[in-house]
Design a protein around this ligand. Structure first.
Ligand code: B12
Length: 480
């Protein structure tokens, strides 16, 4: 590692004491070659650009030589060996985004695939392997153990530079917040309080991969989620305090995507409107700075200010994905959602009136769900016009959530259960099968009622449409 290092030249103009100290610090540091791999090859509902790695790359690229390799962009898993032989990395970081597809109807787990990739890497490199990513952050100790990697970074990958320094100096890494090694307990780090930026490099071959297939890239406008939904991992992954990125910076990042050739972007925030003012200012900045490509985002169906969706539409928003989850007030309260069905009707109407495409996501079968609450949900859904409805039947139990504690107290899981392999919560009065049957019967074959994420069949249709030049989320074609 240090043997392959290059020395940095001191900056000539640094004459102050601080300058000299900074220079010395630079001088004593060696440049490492860091290969960052995106291991996510899931193409349902479509392949997702690995935005997280652009943040990690930006955070370390000033001091190290970084290369991103995306398995979606390689011919096959085996080709990673060639990448490693050509680049000869000192450290290999792997982004673990998805653990499983959280679909009770067509369950798929990805840990086996990641094991294969790591075996290929170990076969041709002795460099330490560092894991990170949102899926990893939910199950750090379990994933590290399952994949036999060397280190993990829980939460924000911007902390990678601290780990690189410690590894280079052969220092103890256990004091670095967020870093975990095998056999040790995971400690959730405090979210970072600094500005974030993502490196967007037009020359990266994986960027071209996504530009050629649908042209969809992605963008973050804040970190954190201040909602308290019982089943959700977002506050654990991103922290529960909102950290807002200044609207002008967000608009600049969007312009960079546009200049790179993106035809559409998706905002990755947990809920774009959990701060109405900030999201409105972001939209206004898009207008002011000339962002002209269409985009989509997740929204909580709270009653918005009257002109809210109109401004969003003017700023290029085309697709609204509401995390509605239920249309029974009893179930919304059980899930601790920050809205009631009246708010859903309100938000739905205002978004539709603004000419936006609207979809609602539902999570059925949580604590307290029974035939009556489900019937109420289904009949209220019938009142939502011009929309697409995605139904997930059964809630995945995640650590650090209230649902985990409920499942424990009801004896559905025990403290010793390893829930890396998906475990779903089961309502005591309605089975997943009964839920699926009730929803299917009620749907009566309507095209806009989709149970599960649509699976491989939908992914194939989407991929064909991308080939034909379509871009964006494409579910609007199902609206009736
Ligand atoms: C936006 C989103 C989507 C959008 C993506 C749209 C788009 N075009 O980008 C859509 C709706 C398509 C989607 C789909 C799915 N999603 Co999703 N999604 C998210 C969400 C909310 C944000 C992800 C994101 O982009 N964050 C922003 C980027 C910048 O952050 P990041 O990638 O986490 O990277 C940071 C750190 O993780 C870390 N990091 C990342 N990589 C690495 C690597 C190293 C080496 C290091 C050190 C650090 C590091 O550093 C980065 C900067 O701080 C997360 C939940 C969350 N809040 O994280 C779920 C999440 C990732 N999704 C999840 C799932 C399951 C899915 C689906 C499988 C289906 C489903 N049931 O929803 C599909 C899979 C799609 C696919 N092809 O992969 C799960 C994964 C966990 C699991 N159970 O496996 C999550 C965590 C939500 C959850 N249920 O808990 N998703």
């Amino acid at each position: 590692m240090p043997g392959r290092s290059q020395r940095r030249r001191p900056e000539q103009s640094d004459t102050t004491t601080l300058g000299i100290l900074v220079t010395l610090a630079h001088f004593s540091h060696s440049v490492m070659k860091v290969l960052l791999i995106s291991a996510n090859t899931l193409n349902e509902p479509y392949p997702v650009y690995p935005l997280g790695l652009d943040y990690v790359a930006e955070a370390i690229a000033k001091s190290h030589k970084v290369k991103i390799s995306d398995l979606n962009d390689l011919k096959d898993f085996d080709s990673i060996k060639e990448v490693i032989r050509n680049f000869l990395p000192d450290i290999i970081g792997i982004s673990i985004r998805n653990i499983d597809n959280t679909d009770t109807i067509d369950p798929k787990g990805f840990i086996g695939g990641y094991k294969e990739i790591i075996a290929l890497i170990r076969n041709c490199s002795k460099s330490p392997i560092v894991l990170g990513g949102s899926g990893f952050t939910i199950f750090p100790a379990e994933v590290l153990e399952a994949l036999q990697a060397d280190y993990g970074i829980i939460g924000e990958g911007e902390r990678f530079s601290l780990l690189l320094n410690a590894i280079e100096k052969k220092e103890d890494v256990s004091s670095i917040l967020g870093v975990i090694t095998r056999g040790n307990k995971a400690q959730t780090p405090t979210p970072l309080d600094k500005s974030f930026s993502a490196q967007i490099d037009i020359n990266n071959s994986h960027l071209k991969f996504y530009l050629k297939r649908g042209g969809m890239l992605n963008l973050q406008t804040k970190r954190g989620c201040n909602l308290k939904c019982i089943y959700c991992t977002y506050p654990h992954i991103e922290g529960s305090r909102l950290r807002l990125i200044p609207p002008k910076e967000v608009a600049n990042a969007a312009l960079k995507l546009q200049e790179a050739g993106a035809k559409y972007f998706f905002i990755t925030d947990s809920a774009f409107n959990c701060d109405f003012s900030h999201s409105r200012e972001v939209a206004q900045a898009f207008i002011k700075y000339g962002v002209s490509i269409p985009w989509g985002a997740f929204f909580a169906p709270k009653s918005p200010p009257k002109d809210y969706f109109k401004i969003m539409a003017d700023a290029g928003l085309t697709h609204v994905e509401f995390g509605t989850e239920s249309m029974s007030n009893k179930m919304l309260a059980s899930y601790r959602k920050p809205f009631k069905i009246n708010n859903v009707f309100d938000a739905h109407k205002l978004a539709n009136d603004a000419g936006l495409y609207v979809a609602h996501y539902f999570l059925l079968g949580g604590p307290g769900e029974n035939a009556d609450s489900l019937k109420e949900t289904l009949s209220n859904i019938d009142k939502l016009d011009k929309t697409v409805l995605f139904f997930f039947c059964g809630l995945r139990i995640y650590p650090h959530t209230a649902l985990y504690d409920i499942a424990l107290s009801e004896g559905q899981i025990t403290k010793d259960d390893n829930i890396l392999k998906p475990v779903f919560y089961h309502s005591e009065s309605l089975s997943s099968e009964e839920i699926i049957n009730m929803v299917s019967r009620h749907a009566k074959g309507r095209m806009n009622w989709i149970i599960g994420a649509g699976g491989e069949k939908t992914a194939k249709i989407v991929s064909k449409m991308f080939d034909l030049g379509y871009s964006g989320l494409l579910w609007e074609h199902l609206i009736q």
